[in-house]
Design a protein around this ligand. Structure first.
Ligand SMILES: Cc1ncc(COP(=O)(O)O)c(C=O)c1O
Length: 399
């Protein structure tokens, strides 16, 4: 039966302490115990329903985690203060010195920098591969490999990972498949396709209002318990804990995610089709010309579309900058990194969010300096937006 992530979110009913329609916010960093024995048991992880200290968990964080686990179809989840605050502990929990990671080479620049520059300090090595070539992924596995890491829809090249294919490889070699689903919440459900751990930067579409950072790790109860373990849990000990006030506000925004994603997808598809017809080099998973189009279609929960992210290659960084500045001047969006906002955001990833990736490697993976990454907003009249964007493109000579 088809997986219905929005129904899973809708079916969660939480009441506030005084019958409020939203759950009460736990405005405390620490919690009392009626008996010293319960405090001891809680430290040992044996007192379900008792709160200890907010770096470990809070009622508000558990509500949000539960909702995100429902959305992704995993047993449970742990929220963190940022996407990187979820991603790096998950990797460190699974890898020790001497271990090896096989990672997609087209991933968010921060994750790439962590695996390339930081993890080696702990003697954790990574092979970066073209994730769309399953035989290359399998060939890179060594006896020390613990993780296959990828993004469902990669940042910024929008390559699509074959989650089922990768899961088969992971299972065959007894590895964990970690999937960052930040670009495709609701549209694709990686756990249903075989991912062991699903990660998100909540900072993006899920929160959707660009007013806070957040991250989540969705996985098995055993893995999430391990991350929170007071003796050797990476989230508990490294400390990227989300604040309860933020968890409560993200949970409220999550309630409208399905409506927003549909509108982001509809608008992005409209613009991608128009720009492609205009002759611009357009990459969008919803276009038939996209190499991962059929794969995305096979994996997707249909009603949410192909997501809000698209890229245009305008030939060079100078043209890209000129166009982005003009579009901002005309109030078509903001020249800003990040994504998933109500308003369109655009940036040139080669010199911003992917600048951690050396120029040579950017070239090799097809990340050219004229590439503009768009996170398409919730514009009600996308035809008007298209016409205005087109005028900007004509003015700077891109069209
Ligand atoms: C795909 C992806 N994963 C993870 C992150 C990191 O998330 P955060 O900035 O919330 O730490 C980002 C941020 O840009 C991202 O685009």
């Amino acid at each position: 039966m088809a997986f219905k992530p929005a129904n899973k979110i809708q079916d969660l009913q939480y009441f506030g302490e005084f019958g409020g329609v939203n759950p009460s916010i736990s405005d405390s960093s620490t919690y009392t115990f009626l008996s010293a024995k319960t405090m001891f048991d809680t430290f040992e992880g044996n007192a379900d329903g008792c709160y200890l200290y907010s770096r470990h968990s809070t009622p508000s964080n558990l509500y949000l985690g539960q909702a995100l686990a429902a959305m992704e179809g995993t047993e449970t989840a742990n929220v963190a203060a940022s996407g990187m605050g979820a991603i790096t502990p998950a990797i460190l929990q699974l890898c020790k010195a001497g271990d090896h990671v096989v990672s997609s080479r087209t991933i968010y620049g921060g994750t790439y920098a962590f695996l390339k520059n930081f993890a080696p300090k702990l003697n954790i090595e990574t092979s970066f591969v073209d994730i769309t070539k399953l035989e290359e992924v399998e060939k890179s596995i060594t006896e020390n490999t613990k993780i296959i890491y990828c993004e469902t829809v990669s940042n910024p090249l929008l390559e699509i990972a074959d989650i089922e294919g990768l899961s088969k490889i992971a299972k065959k070699h007894n590895l964990q498949l970690l999937v960052d689903n930040t670009f495709s919440p609701l549209s694709i459900s990686p756990a249903a396709l075989g991912a062991d751990v699903v990660l998100h930067s909540l900072t993006k579409f899920i929160n959707g209002s660009s007013d806070t950072m957040g991250g989540v790790t969705c996985g098995s109860q055993e893995f999430i318990d391990a991350l929170r373990n007071v003796n050797d849990g990476a989230n508990m000990l490294l400390g990227p804990a989300m604040d309860s006030l933020r968890a409560a506000s993200i949970l409220k925004n999550l309630r409208t995610l399905h409506i927003r994603i549909k509108q982001h997808s509809e608008n992005a598809l409209y613009l991608a089709e128009k720009f492609e017809a205009d002759g611009l080099k357009t990459v969008y998973p919803g276009l038939k010309s996209h190499s991962g189009h059929a794969l995305f279609k096979k994996m997707m929960n249909k009603e949410y579309g192909f997501g809000g992210m698209l890229t245009l290659d305008v030939g060079g960084i100078d043209k890209a900058n000129e166009l982005m500045e003009l579009m901002q001047e005309k109030n078509l969006g903001y020249l800003a990194v990040s994504l998933g906002f109500y308003k369109t955001l655009f940036s040139a990833p080669g010199s911003s969010t992917s600048s951690e990736i050396p120029e040579e490697e950017q070239k090799e993976m097809g990340l050219s300096d004229g590439l503009i990454r768009f996170s398409i907003g919730l514009d009600n009249d996308i035809e008007r937006t298209y016409k205005m964007m087109r005028e900007c493109m004509v003015e700077v000579g891109v069209l």
